[in-house]
Design a protein around this ligand. Structure first.
Ligand code: ADP
Ligand code: MG
Length: 574
């Protein structure tokens, strides 16, 4: 016989806590959102031990009256939502669930003093057990301190990742929030070290402070003007990409979101203009009528439901593509082949995808450039090149009548990686000292990570040193990368170090750096190759172990045998 019993309120609270606060970053988000909802003009955020040991968020906002403190930590108690207003949400919070959830999972101390109150008051919740309210001296505003997150919900604790990964997740959330509200001063400290301390500023200045001034200078502004869906912000040109999707910020009606549909739309907009595995930089603010948007979809409120999702998606893609294709943009990024006026062409059609964005130019560039004269056969396993397709793939024909397609970037990336590995394991990676050392301007956390790794990076042929508060100085790069852009290389390595937090073994991290380096010297997709370059690449691949895949594991070569072709055309057995 089954017996149905009621869960205790404590258990109910803990289950809900796990939904709302799945990791430290979620607690950080809720606390900072509360500060923003309280109209703070300055928010100080500190985390320790990945946010598991401690999170502190201090604001100078409107505060919570002493008599209201017990209500603030009661489930489903909120000052932000009237019972009839679920479709009209203008605040970041509205469920009255964050503080009780945090209090059910951790130790939460809330200290607050509204402007009208003579002194501050404090309340504490520990694993759901609430203390009495006591008076205490404190400045105007609210401070929330969370320690020992998930001590009361050990099952949740087990699902946490490394301290480094949790720190990175907290940092991503804080950056999203700082961008969503540039008019609010934001300071962020990790384990006692200041990551940033930003005054109230405009969007562009805030973005520059977070991604670095060099990159920010290249951004393309976007502004669709007043319309049912207004899109404003900045996107990077296709020539400015990063190794991680860390720099993809979307704010909808003031709410920073990580909405999968919107993120996918940004990726689609860039898909044909940036190489696979690379990520664009984008900071976008979307505004639409509140009744066009349901924010009550996900416990963490990071996903949205749009009344007209298709329209939003296509408007976003169209806006980004138009900005990328504008003439001003192609000047800013001369390396963008898709936007250059097309040369008079052979009658061949260019690929469908490119045509969509190459607006304004009638004559598409040829998709296929044959090599003349082409040899009949070749003694080599990867054959002789016959043509380059889309300026990206080499088409070759081998002696055994196999058609071979090689992804030029992926293949060259593997060759460079193998060369770097061989040098590292044999004589040490050869350095190329820069004639004049190059300062690279970066956000503080990236600088810290790079400098901490400097001795290890030196083993990889990269010499870096500290260069004032906002930059590092690059003195040497690996000789194998002599034609790489050092600033872009360093930013990528910083991303790579951020991705592979300090908890990852050093060898694994350095491996990741090495792979990242290889990408930088490699022939880009979209570069025209001469017949000699194509042959040289094929011959080098034959001499290189593991050349069948790129360092990221994707194939570099596709083969189509004559037999297979005949089967596909239904000729087999005729
Ligand atoms: P919600 O934000 O959904 O209302 P919370 O549990 O996050 O729910 O907060 C409960 C209530 O506590 C809020 O509605 C607000 O009135 C008050 N509160 C929480 N944090 C702050 C803060 N930093 N400043 C002022 N009031 C706050
Ligand atoms: Mg809240």
């Amino acid at each position: 016989m089954t017996i149905i019993t009621r869960l205790t309120q404590e258990t109910i609270n803990r289950i809900a806590a796990g939904e709302v606060i799945e990791r430290p970053a979620a607690a950080v988000k809720e606390l900072v959102e509360n500060a923003l909802d309280a109209d703070a003009t300055r928010i100080d955020i500190a985390i320790e031990g990945g946010g598991i040991a401690r999170i502190a968020v201090i604001d100078n906002g409107s505060g919570i009256a002493q008599a209201q403190l017990p209500l603030a930590i009661e489930r489903h108690a909120t000052s932000k939502l009237r019972d009839d207003a679920l479709i009209h949400i203008t605040t970041l919070g509205f469920r009255g669930e964050a503080l009780p959830s945090i209090g059910a999972a951790a130790r939460l101390t809330l200290t607050s003093r509204p402007a009208q109150q003579d002194s501050a008051a404090r309340i504490t919740v520990e694993g759901g057990v609430i203390s009495r309210v006591s008076p205490i001296a404190a400045p105007f505003g609210t401070s929330a301190e969370v320690t020992d997150l998930f001590f009361a919900t050990p099952a949740r604790r087990k699902f946490l990742r490394s301290i480094g990964a949790e720190t990175a997740a907290c940092s991503d959330i804080v950056r999203d929030l700082a961008l969503a509200a540039p008019a609010v001063g934001f300071a962020f400290r990790v384990d006692g070290k200041t990551q940033f301390d930003l005054p109230p500023q405009d969007r562009r200045a805030r973005l520059a402070a977070l991604i670095g001034h060099d990159d920010a200078a290249q951004l393309i502004p976007i502004d669709t003007g007043e319309s049912p869906l207004t899109i404003t912000g900045f996107i990077g040109p296709a020539s400015l990409t990063r190794a991680a999707a860390r720099h993809n910020h979307i704010t909808v009606n003031g709410r920073p979101v990580r909405d999968p549909m919107l993120r996918m739309a940004v990726r689609l907009a860039y898909r044909e203009v940036i190489p696979p595995g690379r990520h664009p930089i984008a900071a976008l603010w979307l505004n639409l009528a509140h009744d066009q948007l349901d924010v009550n979809v996900h416990p963490a409120k990071s996903e949205l439901r749009f009344a007209e999702a298709d329209a939003v998606r296509s408007a976003l893609i169209r806006t980004i593509r138009a900005a990328l294709a504008s003439p001003a943009t192609s000047q800013a990024a001369p390396s963008l082949r898709y936007y250059q006026p097309a040369r008079p062409s052979m009658a061949l059609q260019r690929g469908f995808a490119e045509r969509e964005i190459a607006t304004g130019f009638d004559l598409p560039a040829p998709a296929l450039r044959p090599i003349t004269p082409s040899p009949d056969s070749s003694p080599y396993p990867l054959g002789a090149p016959i043509a380059q397709i889309f300026d990206t793939y080499i088409l070759a024909l081998a002696a055994d009548d196999t058609l071979i397609l090689v992804d030029q970037h992926a293949a060259h990336e593997r060759l460079t990686e193998e060369r770097l590995r061989r040098e590292r394991d044999q004589s040490g990676i050869a350095r190329h000292a820069l004639l004049s050392p190059i300062p690279v301007d970066l956000p503080a956390p990236d600088i810290d990570r790079l400098l901490a790794a400097a001795p290890d990076l030196a083993q990889l042929g990269l010499d870096l040193e500290s260069f004032g508060p906002g930059a590092v100085l690059v003195r040497a790069i690996p000789a194998a990368l002599d034609r790489a852009n050092p600033a872009a290389l360093i930013r990528d390595i910083a991303d790579s170090l951020a991705d592979h937090g300090s908890a990852v073994a050093l060898t694994a991290r350095l491996d990741a750096v090495l792979i990242r380096m290889a990408c930088h010297r490699s022939i880009r997709a979209g570069r025209r190759l001469t017949a000699e370059e194509m042959s040289a690449l094929l011959r080098a691949m034959e001499a290189t172990p593991r050349a069948q895949t790129c360092p990221h594991g994707r194939p570099t070569v596709l083969r189509l045998s004559r037999d297979a072709l005949e089967r596909m055309f239904g000729r087999a057995g005729l």
